[in-house]
Design a protein around this ligand. Structure first.
Ligand code: 6PG
Length: 491
């Protein structure tokens, strides 16, 4: 075969993400070997975009691998789950020691840990790489979070860095850490994405139901916000989505979209992992549950505050609702500040989860680097990531982002607005689980004495679970003889 060993990179799985990634490599001058389970997709890509660079068509895995220079670098872009294992095994069976398999899908990091170990034992390298930025990012520069062996990054890193987004000349790609580190970080990225979107949704609803603004007017508010601290991809596209008019009805598109949010699982994974790690990612959890609640159709119908659809009278009561805000500009500014403060909390929690994951799995993740590579390319790219990077550069062991001077000041500057918004939303019966739980998290972290002391007392009462004392060394445990003479003993 004439094209043996000519391709620097191979992509298997040519749905839109895989195709766009392959084209991105080709645009950067790399020869890209293409493979897909059905050749039709490969041919469609070649027919439409074959002239954009140098591609090598292959029908079988054997041809695909033959087209690659050694050590081979193959990116798998298939749906996470069982299909990934099947493709990995097929590749691994035919590959040679030193070759690198890269899983660019949204794989669960524990799967990546398992796969990396199995592949390493076969003398190959396995890199679980989180890739964010959707279709557009894959084509023009995503944020890339590769895990796996540091050694494989030496050969793979330069290619990935080249095709990634760049901010101030710095690539949005770095080696995250061993085995599952890359996919773990991508998972938390998605959790933050959920949280960010939930908070944006709450801000939208406050302006819609609290002030009675139309979608187009709210779009203008978001466009304005995007010029300041909230400058971010998600705020920018919120304005675009709100401005879209439905061709069929002439109404704002958002008003004809069914209000049931779906999810593919990465947000849920983030929360499950946070539960295991004991990290309170309340913003992400609220966002995942808010999506679940929106899809709880039977419950929503049964509880709806208007007429019940089954004709059995009224739904559940709302209580006495307060009046709409009278000073609209002030309310809009309050919502902006509440959104920014809640967003800071969401990121603070997400970074804490990465910190905890890194400690648990010995990944040695540098938090400032995560902020750096999220500045461009990815869905949660935002101007304030520069500030997060600075905060972790100043103090790599920062306990929480909100203790860093910039963020402390930013939250303090918005705290009155934040409280007013949560109070007003409560009075108006507008659900704000994201704003309210972020505020409670902030207040809880700053509370000198939490009711956890009582929780410990109760646990000791019914189950002799013991407690620590404020006046005893840490780690020393005590128990009160509740059913005896109620004296205290050391446990
Ligand atoms: C990204 C996105 C991407 C995907 C989400 C959507 O970083 O490019 O996060 O991975 O669009 O997984 O997730 P849901 O379908 O669960 O909302």
């Amino acid at each position: 075969m004439t094209q043996t060993g000519t391709a620097q990179i191979g992509v298997t799985g040519l749905a839109v993400m895989g195709s766009n990634l392959a084209r991105n490599f080709a645009h950067h001058g790399y020869t890209v070997a293409l493979h897909n389970r059905s050749i039709a997709k490969t041919d469609a890509l070649l027919a439409e975009h074959g002239s954009e660079g140098t591609f090598v068509r292959s029908e079988t895995i054997a041809e695909f691998l033959d087209a690659l220079e050694k050590p081979r670098r193959v990116i798998i872009m298939v749906k996470a789950g069982d299909p990934t294992d099947a493709v990995i095994n097929e590749l691994a069976d035919a590959m040679e020691p030193g070759d690198i398999i890269i899983d660019g899908g949204n794989a669960l990091y524990t799967d990546t840990i398992r796969r990396e170990k199995a592949i390493r034992e076969r003398g190959l390298h396995f890199v679980g790489a989180g890739i964010s930025g959707g279709e557009e990012g894959a084509l023009n520069g995503p944020s890339i979070m590769p895990g796996g062996p540091a050694e494989s990054y030496k050969s793979l890193g330069p290619l990935l860095e080249e095709i990634s987004a760049h901010v101030d000349g710095v690539p949005c790609c770095t080696h995250i850490g061993p085995d599952g580190a890359g996919h773990f970080v991508k998972m938390v990225h998605n959790g933050i994405e959920y949280s960010d979107m939930q908070l944006i949704g709450e801000a939208y609803q406050l302006l819609r139901d609290g002030l009675g603004l139309e979608a187009g007017q709210i779009a203008d508010v978001f466009s304005e916000w995007n010029k300041g601290d909230l400058d971010s991809y998600l705020v920018e596209i919120t304005a675009e989505v709100l401005r879209q008019v439905d061709a069929k009805t002439g109404k704002p598109l958002v008003d004809v979209i069914v209000d049931e949010a779906e999810q593919k699982g990465t947000g849920r994974w983030t929360v499950k992992s946070a539960l295991d790690l004991g990290v309170p990612v309340t913003g992400i959890a609220e966002a995942v549950f808010a999506r679940a609640l929106s899809g709880s159709v039977a419950q929503r119908k049964a509880a709806f505050r208007g007429e019940r659809s089954d004709g059995k009278g009224q739904g559940l009561a709302s209580g006495e609702l307060g009046a709409a805000p009278t000073d609209a500009p002030q309310f809009i500014e309050d919502v902006r500040k509440a959104l920014y403060a809640s967003k800071i909390i969401a990121y603070a929690q997400g970074f804490n989860q990465i910190q905890a994951g890194s400690a648990e799995y010995n990944w040695g993740i540098t938090l400032g680097d995560m902020a750096t590579i999220w500045r461009g390319g990815c869905i949660i790219r935002a101007k304030f990531l520069n500030r997060i990077k600075e905060a972790y550069d100043d103090d790599p062991d920062l306990a929480t982002l909100i203790a860093a001077p910039y963020f402390r000041d930013a939250v303090e500057a918005g705290i009155d607005s934040w409280r007013r918004v949560v109070v007003k939303a409560t009075e108006l019966g507008i659900p704000v689980p994201g704003f309210a739980s972020a505020l409670s998290y902030y207040d809880a972290l700053r509370t000198e004495r939490l009711p956890a002391a009582l929780t410990q007392g109760l646990r000791d009462f019914f189950g002799a679970h013991t407690y620590g004392r404020t006046d005893a060394p840490e780690g020393q445990k005590f128990h009160t003889l509740w059913s005896g003479d109620r004296s205290e003993v050391e446990a």
